[in-house]
Design a protein around this ligand. Structure first.
Ligand SMILES: [Zn+2]
Length: 101
């Protein structure tokens, strides 16, 4: 994904299950446009996403990201990129995560 100097990266960590690098972005300042991809046309529409989605979980390895309302929710999802990153889901072993702390 495109990085902007105004975007605040709250956390960056490797994911043990998938081996990819995941980041938590703090977008409370609105630096990153929370647009959305139209499911039918595949086209990006700026500002289409819920403006309350201020936290972004990002798979930096594959350039996938997902929006969340709260940091708590985003942090929880960050541990499971195989659930929201297609490429992570295809690389993680089926039972991955069952022994996570
Ligand atoms: Zn990924």
């Amino acid at each position: 994904m495109q990085k902007d100097s105004n975007i605040v990266v709250a956390e960056t960590r490797p994911n043990r299950a998938t081996g990819s690098i995941v980041c938590l972005l703090d977008n409370r300042n609105g630096a990153l446009d929370s647009g959305a991809v139209d499911q039918e046309t595949g086209e990006w529409t700026a500002g289409a996403a819920d403006p309350r989605m201020r936290w972004f979980g990002v798979c930096d390895t594959h350039g996938t990201y997902v929006f969340h309302r709260t940091r708590k929710q985003a942090t929880e999802w960050l541990a499971w990129p195989q659930d929201w990153c297609d490429q992570c889901s295809s690389t993680a072993p089926p039972e991955a995560g069952s022994a996570e702390d």
